[in-house]
Design a protein. Structure first.
Length: 277
């Protein structure tokens, strides 16, 4: 016989969940309220929790304050091309580690995992020197091309996923005349969809929110991404809080929509198993 939980226990549980949820939502609420305030209301005490008159034109004014159309185009190019490259390269390398037996495979995979422990700050100067030698500084190439060589964490994640797929599928495909690339493209890639959506979401968030990379490699304003444009609202002597908050809300919307769209794949139970049972 199933007994219901005591009412005080359930109330405590939901109270804690609601409190934690409000703690996470409050920064987004305050940023949104700041975006529609008038300037005199920004620094008043006690704080204004909702403005007397919501200035929705602040969003349009913030967008027009700088060439955000150009910044948006650059961010979309970097995010789209780097994500495509990351998905193709990481899945292909992961397939090789999971399905090919070659001398030194495990050692090479350990070296790959060790690369995850090297912070980007350590490789920043060597990368700048390399890209400068290639003539890529002040172009979008340093933000796109490295993604086409895979990332250790994504390779590790996809390799573990592929290893959960029965090898009998590969053998059956070989008996039907499929070659290695066809097995990868027509069998493993469709089965990897939940994992690929997860990798793609991580890469989109990383590329869309990247600030340090564009700051180091880009000099020309026409090459700036949205994050660099957002930072320009903060100057040495002043910070345009209203415009900064308005553009922050606009920048948050695409990743938020992406996550809400992709979460059913991310949370799919097939992420831990190559075949749905």
């Amino acid at each position: 016989m199933i007994t219901a939980r005591p009412l005080p226990g359930r109330l405590l549980k939901w109270t804690l969940l609601l409190s934690v949820t409000l703690m996470f939502l409050f920064p987004f609420y305050w940023t949104f309220v700041t975006a529609i305030k008038a300037k005199p209301e920004l620094l008043t005490w006690p704080p204004v929790w909702w403005p007397e008159t919501a200035l929705w034109t602040n969003f349009a004014d913030a967008w027009a304050a700088q060439p955000f159309g150009t910044y948006l185009k650059n961010s979309v190019i970097v995010t789209l091309l780097s994500t495509i490259g990351q998905l193709l390269s990481s899945s292909l390398v992961a397939f090789g580690f999971a399905r090919f037996d070659f001398p030194g495979r495990n050692l090479l995979f350990m070296v790959l995992l060790a690369a995850m422990m090297v912070p980007w700050d350590v490789t920043m100067i060597p990368l700048y020197m390399e890209f400068n030698w290639l003539g890529w500084i002040n172009t979008l190439k340093p933000l796109i091309i490295p993604a086409w060589f895979g990332a250790p964490f994504f390779i590790f994640l996809l390799r573990q996923f592929i290893m959960s797929i029965p090898r009998e599928l590969d053998e059956a495909a070989k008996m039907d005349g499929a070659n290695i690339f066809q097995i990868y493209w027509k069998i493993h890639l469709p089965l990897m969809l939940p994992a690929l959506v997860l990798v793609g979401t991580f890469q989109v968030l990383a590329a869309w929110n990247d600030y340090l990379g564009p700051l180091i490699f880009l000099n020309d304003e026409s090459k700036y991404t949205l994050t660099l444009g957002l930072a320009r609202f903060k100057t040495l002597h002043d910070t345009n809080l209203t415009a900064l908050a308005a553009m922050t809300i606009i920048l948050v919307l695409p990743p938020l929509v992406l996550f809400l769209t992709a979460q059913r794949y991310i949370l799919d139970s097939s992420l831990s198993s190559g075949i749905k049972g």
